[in-house]
Design a protein around this ligand. Sequence first.
Ligand SMILES: *Cc1c(COP(=O)(O)O)cnc(C)c1O
Length: 337
Amino acid sequence: MTGSVPLLRPELAALSPYNAGLTPAAVASRSGVTRVAKLGSNENPAGPAPEVITAVCEAAGRIGAYPDPEGRDLIAALAAFYGFDPQHFILGNGSEDLLAVLARAVLRPGDEVVTLFPSFPLHEDYAQAMGAKVTRIGLTAAGEIDLPALLAAVSRPVRLVLFANPMNPAGLWLDADGLRSVLAAGHPDSITCLDEAYHEYASAPGDGPDYASGAPWLATHPGPLVILRTFSKAWGLAGLRIGYAMTNSADLKRGFDLARTPFNTNLLAQVAARSALDHTASMHQAVSLAVQERDRMAKTLRYWGCGFWPRAAIFSLSIAGGLLVRSLNRCWIRVSS
Ligand SMILES: *Cc1c(COP(=O)(O)O)cnc(C)c1O
């Protein structure tokens, strides 16, 4: 029965559910193939280091208890790993959780969010769910980030500037000068959030030659800055759901803590991420394998005469395929390497 009052908030009614693509089992049952390569979600097929799995198994006996709501052990390990103050960190049930928490904490109906396009759909969806308006900065005709348009947009008093660097799915990134100019042009009242889900790939030796993380700016940027990272990609922990934010703003840190659920990261995820930071060799191996495979795939796609986006992080954008890949805007596909 439908009442005269819509059940859902209009902001939600306008959204579509997140499209996570097909599972290998669904593809196998549809097509009758037995071996399916899942290259649509940018996961690390090798998973985490074996020591991480051992740590998770050992911790399984403790799952009757609630996890530490502050995730203190993991935050202390992250702070030591990156050389930052633990005060800067907030944990999330994946970085997508932190995107939702940030939107809940800071966005009001009518606020403007500036983002790059094409990009991660959740950057827009969570903003729209809060009633914010999204301004997309598209790529130039040459397929590059439109820096002048981005600089013009961020110099206005927009509420939030939020984009992925490197961009997913375009695989493009801002170099240090580009990032510096965006941060310098930012309006002092704006919050800037850089989603660095592919940081580990772009910062690998020999790859993403001029990629620059926003993390060093946490010490100097005058406005509120948030950097999002995840254990889902290079660290191989997508199934456990764990990511983190770093911010230079004590007010934002408090906002994240108020807007998140108290136990938003589970006990096993905290243990796994903590252990992963002690066993980085598997992560580095996964990154170099992805880079190698991406380059091999690029050669093959070129051989087939497929259009191909030349600069990429872990994934490649192409206009053809026969693997379980992610279709984007009906004419491009994104392939994880
Ligand atoms: C995969 C991805 C995420 C989500 O990561 P989780 O930590 O698994 O939630 C966030 N942002 C971008 C750009 C991604 O590609």
